[in-house]
Design a protein around this ligand. Structure first.
Ligand code: ATP
Ligand code: MG
Length: 629
């Protein structure tokens, strides 16, 4: 079927379309009503249907593919690889679920999971899903304060953590962070379950609260735990957004709609079917990790590759070696990850046999054209940009090679995926803008299956954060976009990343793209800095592909010229700073608001999602030293 026909049907006959897609998963009890939209913008998909994410991920595949690999968990940090067949993964998840039950975790209870990309993190998630507990995975790199905030929002009955994670060969103890978070939290979990990999010799369990997983697992190793059948709209998990723009929101996901959306996306977008292999480099703590390291590939009966470690450790060929070794068909990563590799020798991209790799999908932030070209040339595979949000749980914009591949346009994540009625509208008037004109990207509700149901415990925040921006009831993505004559959408950055230069509104994103087109530049952040005369002026912070051996002043002047040539004198950067690193969130997104604060001699604000404090110091030093151009 053509993409147009498929997409049109999803929009014109949503109930018929989704009823059909729902057949891809197992229902213990079929839905009574496909869509309930009686209380806009809240909507419920597959009402009355009963299903379970764990059953669809594991039990359903045992007969046909029990001995096929379900999960490969590779750690370049510990040097260990674990390969689990569907049967073995089913056994581990049952044991884990039995342990949870023995700790009185029941349907509806929240369980916070604070672990790195290790197999037990997947067991824990699936075990929660099996018994109807609501997991909330918190990215293992977050500090104690972030964890405490999420604990107080989710109020878990149990917290599951690892003794430690590792990064670049260095052990990072997790348990002391958990202890500190529990001390800070107003409602700490009564119990903490520790999966000990023996990485932290100083690990200390607190009597009466902390439990060692290995001991409990031994008691339940052969257990089978019955699946808890959940109504399609019960919560399956909570996941907090990255916090790029402020206080993270607790995205609440349902069960049935999510499973159906993932099933559809696996074959049609990611082109992965039962028996094939998908490798996502995401962390289980992010939305991509939930959807395409855990539930998506397993619901599809595929093999999921999970990777703990840096893209450059033990060497910059590690990802491609994994692709070769496991015959990965589809790989999923982020522009940040590729930019890390871009600083390395491009020869690493050619060092392995990638004949079975079909597609590299990238998501999470704008994919600038130079990076897209660099990786396309390097591995000689189609690179598919796809755009989504933690809130949506699966792509909003993508190309769909599993259904009907359309031409790639560099710089665009492509076309709307099924069920997403998108508009690009004028920020002030709320009217649709014309082709090739810039506006805010909005989704016309009801949101399709897979998208968030609400903000956990806070319907009011759901309404005000997403639906309160226009007169009409529309979900605002809070991202700028333009749609070209062929219907391809380009994302131009976040609506709060706009600067006003002498009355001209400029997207920092467009200026960044232009700076990054300079051949020496690895990555750029552009911010608006207060200026007496013009209101705001663009200021550039950039890292170079080859640090050190370049004349910073010359390269900086070159960047400025790129902007003037491509966007005009109005966008001319007032100052250009060459830095060794840029401050990012733990999910790899530029923290422009903090850079801007420093550049305006203000307090950098909430730094709880900052990845590397040294990068902020680096910006501070550059400011003190003075601009390079
Ligand atoms: P918060 O909402 O807490 O501020 P966040 O928006 O960074 O954090 P995520 O849900 O992880 O949290 O990120 C979604 C955002 O990432 C999108 O709204 C968009 O700005 C950006 N994004 C994701 N994919 C793409 C893409 N392919 N192209 C451009 N931007 C993208
Ligand atoms: Mg967001």
């Amino acid at each position: 079927m053509s993409y147009e026909e498929f997409y049109r049907r999803s929009i014109e006959q949503p109930e018929a379309f989704w009823a059909e897609q729902a057949r891809a998963i197992h229902w213990h009890k079929p839905p009574e009503r496909i869509l309930d939209y009686d209380r806009p913008p809240f909507r419920r998909w597959f009402v009355g249907g009963e299903t379970n994410l764990c059953y669809n991920s594991l039990d359903r595949h045992l007969e046909a593919r029990g001995d096929q690999l379900a999960l490969v968990a590779i750690s370049s940090e510990t040097g260990q690889t674990r390969e689990l067949s569907y049967r073995e993964l089913h056994r581990e998840v049952n044991a884990f679920a039995a342990v949870l039950k023995s700790l009185d975790v029941v349907r509806g209870d929240r369980v916070v999971i604070y672990m790195p990309n290790m197999a037990e993190a997947v067991f824990a998630m699936l075990a929660c899903a099996r018994i109807g507990a609501v997991h909330s995975v918190v990215f293992g790199g977050f500090a104690a304060h972030n964890l405490a905030l999420r604990i107080d929002d989710a109020r878990p009955k149990l917290l599951i953590c690892a003794d430690a994670g590792m990064r670049g060969g260095k052990v990072i103890p997790y348990k002391p962070l958990v202890d500190a978070a529990c001390a800070e939290a107003a409602s700490p979990p009564p119990r903490v379950l520790v999966v000990n990999r023996g990485l932290d010799p100083a690990l200390r369990l607190i009597a009466g609260r902390d439990l060692d997983y290995a001991g409990l697992r031994a008691q339940h190793a052969e257990a089978t735990v019955e699946v808890e059948w959940l109504e399609s709209n019960e919560p399956s998990y909570l996941l907090y957004t990255s916090g790029t723009t402020g206080k993270p929101k607790g995205v609440q996901r349902d069960v049935g709609g999510y499973a159906v959306a993932l099933a559809l996306s696996m074959w049609s977008i990611y082109d992965v079917r039962a028996g094939q292999v998908m490798f996502s480099t995401s962390d289980v703590g992010w939305a991509v990790g939930h959807s395409y390291n855990v539930y998506g590939p397993l619901i599809a009966g595929a093999t999921s590759v999970l990777y703990e470690g840096l893209p450059t450790h033990p060497d910059p060929g590690i990802w491609w070696r994994i692709c070769e070794q496991y015959g990965v068909r589809t790989m999923f990563s982020s522009p940040t990850g590729i930019r890390v590799l871009k600083k390395q020798d491009a020869a690493w991209l050619k060092a392995h046999d990638l004949s079975r790799l079909q597609w590299l999908f990238l998501a999470g932030e704008p994919l600038d054209e130079p990076t897209a070209h660099w990786i396309t040339d390097g591995i000689d595979k189609p690179i598919i940009d796809n755009y989504w949000q933690t809130e949506t749980g699966w792509p909003v914009l993508a190309l769909m090679p599993g259904l009907d591949m359309r031409p790639i346009k560099f710089g665009s994540p492509g076309l709307p995926t099924p069920g997403y009625r998108l508009r690009v509208i004028d920020e002030a008037t709320g009217r649709d803008v014309g082709a090739n004109e810039k506006g805010v990207l909005v989704i016309v509700p009801p949101l399709p299956p897979g998208c968030m149901s609400t903000v956990w415990n806070d319907d009011a925040r759901f309404l005000s954060s997403y639906f309160g921006h226009f007169k009409e009831l529309l979900y605002s993505s809070l991202d700028w976009a333009i749609r070209d004559d062929d219907g391809y959408t380009f994302i131009l950055g976040r609506t709060d990343d706009v600067i006003n230069v002498a009355g001209h509104r400029l997207g920092t994103r467009e200026i960044e793209e232009s700076v990054a087109s300079h051949p020496a530049v690895a990555e750029a952040a552009v911010i608006g800095v207060h200026d007496e005369l013009k209101g705001q002026v663009p200021v550039v912070f950039a890292t170079l592909k080859q640090a050190g051996d370049q004349d910073a002043a010359r390269v900086a002047a070159g960047m400025r010229q790129c902007v003037v040539d491509q966007l005009g004198a109005v966008a001319r950067p007032a100052r250009v700073y060459v830095v060794a690193a840029l401050p990012k969130t733990r999910s790899g997104k530029l923290l422009r608001r903090s850079i801007q604060a420093l550049a305006e001699s203000r307090d950098p604000g909430d730094l709880s999602t900052l990845d590397d404090p040294a990068a902020l110091d680096e910006v501070q030093r550059a400011l003190a030293r003075g601009a390079d151009a």
